[in-house]
Design a protein around this ligand. Structure first.
Ligand code: PLP
Length: 487
């Protein structure tokens, strides 16, 4: 029976996909016309979409009309040149084309045999990126280690935490789980805490060590050493240290070399989270921020943040891939095949949580090939220069202060309270954030450091130019004047 549906008819694909590309190109052309931060109220969509799916097909035109009228108002435009919130999540033509090709081939590459090219391209491209970052050879696929694309930095830290946990439990006995202790700074992304929750690490054994402004919110090796000594004297087992290069709040850089020494002398797994700032380390002048990665057991950077690779693409390297495989592999009958059984291939299903996986390396391959290293370095430098420009503008206005030193493309700043009062200062900055974001011209985000409410201005959207940064500062200045004037 012919149901009439031809879901992958090549000519219909051509026609519809061309229309979709036109739609997306037009979106990018007019992206500055939308409020950057969606201004809808919670539940806005429920009232304007039907209660159930249609019985009969609808036209692509009708769907585009609904996207324009109903979906785009509920979109926060991450690719807008006026998006300065959180950290960026880059798209690019290369990344988009890779994503398209991946969707087109639509393979599920969990084992080598399910698409040898998917596994082998991933290994190759991650070796390329490792070399570009000057990671130690131990992270390359030719030896005992190698790279793998995870969906997110959260999955990356989870899989290495599980590998480290099982490695230590094999040594000290599986009943010791409740004695295992994890260390990181209080600036570490909450992804680590989630990994501990999933990994069965007792919540009271997660040491998020205090940082402060005197060391720019980096983890102090002395504080770490003391915490470890204290735990050992109480019969606990330190097993995992997570350092960050470019913390989420303020781009703090933990001192990898010193921390690595401590981790090593205590037999701990050392993970480096460079989710955002890792991209900057492709430039020789920023590479020193990951000096010490030579001593790490694992290293992670999100190519989907600041490396022009459309979400999702989080690159993780490990020195001992066996540790991952020992924790995460399964070998059911229905997946057995000659290449896997003979141990001749990498089966990435054993390096990650899910079984199924997309052909994500195509995106990274396209980015590296269509742009080339020099252009990618210029791209990073340009954003850092734009952030310097913004920092300079803030520094010239005595009503504001730059709160932490700018290291990459994030500026942490705040409006000063004329009343020299912390609560008042916090409210002032909270109000400033609210008012600028509700105007829709720009979108910035915030954090709290040492009890102070801080504004974050992160440059990194692919379309951002100097004029956008200058205009954003003008919006902030004008709204600050209004707020201060109304006091
Ligand atoms: N680590 C750092 C330093 C981050 O800045 C972020 C997100 O911004 C993450 C981890 C979590 O990233 P993901 O969403 O890829 O899990």
């Amino acid at each position: 029976m012919d149901g009439g549906l031809r879901p992958m008819d090549a000519e219909q694909l051509r026609e519809h996909a061309h229309k979709m590309v036109d739609f997306i190109a037009d979106y990018y052309k007019s992206i500055e016309n939308f409020p950057v931060l969606s201004q809808v109220e919670p539940g806005y969509l429920r009232g304007i979409l039907p209660d159930s799916a249609p019985n009969h097909p609808e036209s692509l035109e009708d769907i585009f009309n609904d996207v324009r009228a109903k979906i785009l108002p509920g979109v926060t435009h991450w690719q807008s040149p006026n998006f300065f919130a959180y950290y960026p999540s880059n798209s690019s033509i290369a990344g988009f084309l890779g994503e398209m090709l991946s969707a087109g081939l639509n393979i599920v590459g969990f084992s080598w045999i399910t698409s040898p090219a998917a596994t082998e391209l991933e290994m190759t491209v991650l070796d390329w990126l490792a070399k570009l970052l000057k990671l130690p050879d131990d992270f390359l696929s030719a030896g005992e280690g190698g790279g793998v694309i995870q969906g997110t930095a959260s999955e990356a830290v989870l899989v290495v935490l599980l590998a480290a946990r099982d490695k230590i439990l094999r040594r000290v006995g599986k009943n010791a789980l409740e004695k295992l202790v994890v260390y990181a700074s209080d600036q570490t992304h909450s992804a680590l805490q989630k990994a501990c929750q999933i990994g069965g690490i007792h919540p009271e054994n997660c040491r998020l060590l205090k940082t402060d402004s005197s060391i720019n919110y980096a983890l102090s090796p002395d504080v770490l050493g003391e915490a470890i000594a204290h735990d050992i004297s109480n019969g606990l087992i330190p097993f995992f240290l997570c350092a960050t290069v470019g913390t989420t709040s303020s781009t703090a850089v933990d001192p990898l070399l010193l921390l690595a020494k401590i981790a090593k002398s205590n037999g701990m797994w050392f993970h480096v989270d460079a989710a955002y700032a890792g991209s900057a380390c492709i430039c020789p002048e920023y590479r020193h921020h990951i000096d010490g990665v030579e001593e790490a057991d694992s290293f992670n950077m999100n190519a989907h943040k600041w490396f022009l690779t459309n979400f999702d693409c989080s690159a993780l390297w490990v020195k001992d891939r066996n540790a991952l495989v020992q924790s995460l592999s399964t070998n059911p009958e229905f997946l057995k095949n000659k290449a896997s059984q003979a141990n001749m291939v990498v089966d990435y299903k054993d390096w990650q949580i899910p079984l199924g996986r997309r052909f994500r390396s195509l995106k990274l391959w396209m980015v590296l090939r269509l742009y080339g290293i020099e252009n990618l370095q210029c791209y990073i430098r340009n954003h850092i220069n734009l952030a310097k420009h913004f920092e300079g503008l803030v520094a010239q206005d005595p009503r504001f202060e730059v709160v932490t030193p700018r290291i990459f493309s994030l500026v942490c700043f705040r409006l000063l309270s004329s009343q020299n009062n912390e609560d008042h200062g916090n409210k002032l900055n909270h109000d400033l954030l609210d008012v600028v974001n509700s105007m829709g011209k720009i979108f910035i985000s915030h954090t709290v450091l040492s009890g102070k409410y801080i504004l974050r201005f992160a440059v990194g959207a692919p379309l951002t130019e100097e004029r956008h940064v200058t205009a954003a500062w003008k919006v902030l200045q004008e709204e600050a004047s209004t707020l201060l004037g109304s006091l």
